[in-house]
Design a protein around this ligand. Structure first.
Ligand SMILES: *[C@@H]1O[C@H](CO)[C@@H](O)[C@H](O)[C@H]1NC(C)=O
Length: 276
């Protein structure tokens, strides 16, 4: 087993849209459109079939892949996944929004991907299932520090690091279907909640590599920040200091969680796009 490549030193950061408010469910967190923007008429029809299949198969299972058509450049491939902790109904709504928007977001594109908090949708004219892909990543960062005390900041980074290494072991483990969610108390009043999910087509090693690449960027891009989200095509990794996954963990009331989420939404966040 070799250690995964850490892109830290070769990071090429592009800060875009320096600060923007969090948006409602129908606005994607990010999208990626390949540079090849000329697909055939047949491919376009096949993509529509693939999207219809993904929409009908994914909500009940949380994940599905589909392909349709024949001929190089005409055959279409797709993948859809919801976060495993969201309801079938939320999954369906999220994918409906995604499938409606993606062909417009990447008009005529041969490689199109869109990320929402609850789901990820991707299609293209080249097979990609099972491949680790961290070529494009978006980090969504809360600009506020957990604490302004330097020693406490270092302690937070250590605690988060050990939480993340547990997540990295759990998500690829047999039976977890690529998902891990954990929490740890940082102080009696501050709990760190973390969730990682790989796309279910990935073999365990590739899943671990994706999470490792995402997590390696946390100390660089969002050290001791109140929250950070890494969005890659192969995995989603996020932590917050309020419960953001379902079911809301015991010991934190749903009302408190909603209030914390609203406060976090009001705080500004920064998006960073990472190219290895
Ligand atoms: C967060 O802490 C860092 C020190 O690690 C400091 O440089 C920065 O100004 C702080 N940010 C805010 C928003 O207070």
């Amino acid at each position: 087993m070799h250690s995964p490549p850490l892109p830290i030193l070769s990071l090429f950061l592009l800060l875009f849209l320096a600060v923007h408010p969090r948006c409602d469910a129908a606005v994607p967190l990010t999208k990626y459109c390949g540079t090849d923007r000329k697909i055939t008429r047949a491919a376009s029809a096949n993509i529509a079939r693939v999207l219809a299949s993904l929409l009908s198969e994914t909500p009940s299972k949380g994940f599905s892949t589909a392909s349709y058509g024949s001929g190089h450049g005409d055959r279409a491939y797709g993948l859809a996944q919801c976060r495993q902790d969201v309801s079938v109904e939320d999954c369906r709504t999220c994918l409906r929004d995604s499938a409606a928007q993606l062909p417009k977001l990447c008009r005529g594109g041969a490689d199109a991907r869109v990320w929402f908090d609850y789901c990820f949708l991707r299609y293209g004219t080249r097979p990609f299932a099972g491949e680790l892909d961290t070529a494009y990543g978006l980090f969504y960062i809360n600009v506020q520090n957990v604490t302004e005390d330097a020693a406490e900041q270092r302690r937070f980074d250590r605690e988060l690091g050990s939480l993340m290494s547990k997540i990295q072991t759990q998500a690829p483990a047999r039976g977890s279907r690529g998902l891990a969610k954990l929490q740890t108390k940082f102080t009696p009043f501050v709990t760190i909640y973390a969730l990682a999910q790989c796309t279910q087509d990935l073999p365990p090693l590739a899943c671990a590599q994706c999470i490792s690449i995402a997590v390696a960027n946390f100390p660089v891009l969002c050290p001791h920040r109140k929250g950070c989200r890494a969005l890659y095509s192969s995995c989603y990794v996020r932590y917050e200091i309020y419960p953001f996954f379902f079911p809301v963990p015991a010991g934190s009331s749903a009302a408190a969680a909603a209030a914390a989420a609203a406060a976090a939404a009001a705080a500004s966040s920064v998006s960073v796009v990472v190219y290895p």
